[in-house]
Design a protein around this ligand. Structure first.
Ligand code: ACO
Length: 176
């Protein structure tokens, strides 16, 4: 299993991980009608725009298995909001259901943290749905500390998110 920077050739693989993992992780949290309408094509177009943008500070890492299939990704960049004091923000981290629990999320998060640190961003935050118990346990296992809460709207539903943070990325365990 290899972790590397994403390229514009990865949009189909990224879309598959994004859509399939959303459908599995958010069933029962986000409305079924919204999850059922998620499409590989729309997601791939979003990735094409993101990866094709010149001068973007977004970092996207993919986890690729031995057959060259993308099974996970981490994406983020400078913090998008001022509600948390962190320099960088992990916008999304997703590992296909069949590949979860094998250490890939840990490797993606640590490598992502290293990438933003190299960009001069030395603290990291992430927002996660309050009801996403598994996601929250992952951030807690990775040493994230609770750092805020907010309401967001997804598909017309008002949902609560909580933030986790790593105030100093340099204290993360750099064994990937
Ligand atoms: N319960 C308890 N501990 C957990 C759980 C869990 N559900 N999931 C992971 N952990 C712990 C592991 O035990 C491990 O800790 P350890 O090293 O101390 O034993 C550590 O977290 C790392 O585990 P990994 O195997 O690397 O985690 P995984 O590969 O499953 O990746 C992830 C975690 C990304 C959350 C994955 O499970 C996933 O894609 N879940 C569904 C999507 C999701 O919720 N993504 C986050 C949404 S928020 C956002 O994207 C900004």
């Amino acid at each position: 299993m290899m972790i590397r920077a994403a390229t514009t050739a990865d949009t189909t693989g990224l879309a598959k991980v994004h859509v399939d993992t959303w459908k599995a992780a958010y069933r029962g949290i986000v409305a079924d009608s919204f999850l059922d309408e998620l499409s590989y094509e729309r997601s791939a177009k979003g990735w094409e725009r993101a990866l094709g943008a010149s001068g973007s500070r977004q970092r996207v890492l993919v986890a690729e298995d031995d057959d060259g299939s993308i099974v996970g990704f981490a994406s983020g960049g400078p913090n998008r909001d001022s509600d948390t004091p962190f320099a960088a923000e992990l916008w999304a981290i997703y590992v296909l259901p069949g590949n979860q629990g094998c250490g890939l999320g840990r490797r993606l998060l640590l490598q992502f943290a290293g990438a933003v640190l190299a960009d001069g961003l030395d603290s990291l935050g992430v927002w996660v749905l309050e009801d996403n118990a598994k996601g929250r346990r992952f951030y807690e296992a990775m040493g994230g500390v609770l750092a805020g809460q907010r309401q967001v709207e997804i598909a017309g539903q008002s949902l609560r998110e909580v933030a986790y943070g790593w105030p100093d990325i340099r204290t993360l365990p750099w064994v990937v």
